[in-house]
Design a protein around this ligand. Structure first.
Ligand code: SF4
Length: 329
C-alpha cells in the first residue's frame, strides 16, 4: 500500500472528470446551501428523481431563510415523491440553525457544518469540497465500492474497522489543487464504470492501478437487508366533500403527514375492495388493500378534511398515487 501512487491516481481521476464529467445543476453552483440540499436529496433518492425535482425545490427555498420560515406542512409537501421525510425535517432544522446561530450565513468551518442537524461526515466533506473547493475526504456507497476494488479490500466495509479503513483511504487520496473535481470524479466513477455488479473496467480511467481480482464480488458487506412482507387494510371514506384522513402523530416515520385511515383485516372483511397496491418502503414490502367505507367514525388522530385541501396537504407517495387512482378527477 505504501507504494500505491495516490497522487497519480487522483490526477487521473480529475483529468477524466474534467473531460467527461456529467453536468448536473448542483455541479453548476458553489452555493453551500444549494450543495447541501442536493446532497441531502441524493442520499436516498436516485439521480433522475432528484433531477426532476431539484431546481423547482431550490426555487421554492432558495435560501435557508425561506425553509426556516416555512410551516412543517409546506416543508413536508415540498418533499413528496423524494421519500425518507426525516431528511426534510433535518434540512429545516439545519436552516433554522443557520438563521439562529449563524445569522443566515452558511457556516464556513468543518466543525460548524458538521454540527448542523442531519449533517454527517460524508455531507461535511461534500459541502467543503463542492462549495468551498477544500480537500476534504468523503465516503459514501459509491466511494466505498471504488476504494474496496481499487485496493482489493476483501474485509466487510460496513463494520467499524471497514469504515475506519475507508475514511483513512479517503484522507490519503485527496487532490490538493482540484478537490471539487476530484471528489466529483470519485463519486461519478462509482455511479458509472465502477457501479454495482460487473464493472466496465475497460473504460475506467484508473484501471492500470486497480488491484481488484474479482471486482464484481466487492465490496464485501456483513449485513444484507431482509425485506419483511406486510399487509395493510385501509379505508376510503368520503362524506359529502370531505375525506377521512389520519395525521401521523409524533414519533411515527411520517410524522406530520396525512395518510389513509388504517383498520384491521377483520374490520374491512365485509367492505368492498377498491384497489390493491404494492410498494416497498425501507425494509418493508407492502401490500395495501383499499376498501370503501361510507360511514366510518374517526379514531386516533383521524379527521374529515375538505377534498379541495388534498393537493396542499403532505401525503406519502403511495397514498397520493392511490388517491389519484380512486378519486374522480
Ligand atoms: S478497474 Fe474496474 S474495478 Fe477497478 S476501479 Fe476501475 S471500474 Fe472499478
Amino acid at each position: 500500500m505504501s507504494n500505491f501512487p495516490f497522487n497519480q491516481v487522483a490526477h487521473a481521476l480529475v483529468q477524466w472528470f474534467n473531460e467527461q464529467g456529467k453536468d448536473y445543476p448542483w455541479r453548476r453552483t458553489e452555493n453551500p446551501w444549494s450543495i447541501l440540499v442536493s446532497e441531502i436529496m441524493l442520499q436516498q433518492t436516485t439521480i433522475p428523481t432528484v433531477l426532476a425535482r431539484y431546481e423547482a425545490w431550490m426555487a421554492q427555498f432558495p435560501e435557508p431563510k425561506a425553509l426556516a420560515e416555512a410551516t412543517e406542512e409546506e416543508a413536508l409537501r415540498s418533499w413528496e415523491g423524494l421519500g425518507y421525510y426525516r431528511r426534510v425535517r433535518a434540512l429545516q432544522a439545519a436552516a433554522k440553525t443557520i438563521m439562529e446561530r449563524h445569522g443566515g450565513q452558511f457556516p464556513r468551518t468543518a466543525t460548524d457544518i458538521r454540527a448542523l442537524p442531519g449533517v454527517g461526515d460524508y455531507t461535511t466533506g461534500a459541502v467543503l469540497s463542492f462549495a468551498y473547493n477544500e480537500p476534504a475526504p468523503l465516503v459514501d456507497a459509491n466511494v466505498a465500492r471504488v476504494f474496496s476494488r481499487l485496493f482489493n479490500y476483501t474485509q466487510p466495509v460496513d463494520t467499524p474497522s471497514g469504515q475506519k479503513w475507508l475514511w483513512a483511504m479517503a484522507a490519503k487520496m485527496l487532490h490538493q489543487s482540484q478537490p471539487r473535481a476530484y471528489n466529483s470524479a470519485l463519486m461519478e466513477l462509482g455511479q458509472s464504470h465502477c457501479s454495482g455488479g460487473i464493472p466496465s473496467c475497460i473504460l475506467c480511467p484508473v484501471r492500470e492501478w486497480c488491484q481488484a481480482t474479482k471486482p464484481e464480488e466487492l465490496p464485501i458487506k456483513s449485513r444484507r437487508m431482509q425485506l419483511t412482507a406486510v399487509e395493510h387494510h385501509d379505508i376510503l371514506c368520503i362524506v359529502g366533500q370531505s375525506i377521512l384522513l389520519e395525521k401521523q402523530a409524533g414519533g411515527k416515520r411520517h410524522e406530520g403527514m396525512y395518510r389513509l385511515p388504517r383498520r384491521t383485516a377483520a374490520h374491512t372483511a365485509g367492505l368492498s375492495l377498491l384497489m390493491k397496491q404494492k410498494y416497498s418502503i425501507t425494509r418493508y414490502k407492502v401490500t395495501r388493500y383499499l376498501y370503501q367505507e361510507t360511514d366510518a367514525a374517526p379514531i386516533n388522530g383521524e379527521e374529515f378534511i375538505p377534498l379541495e385541501e388534498l393537493e396542499r396537504l403532505p401525503l406519502a407517495s403511495p397514498d397520493r398515487k392511490c388517491l389519484h387512482k380512486v378519486l374522480p378527477r
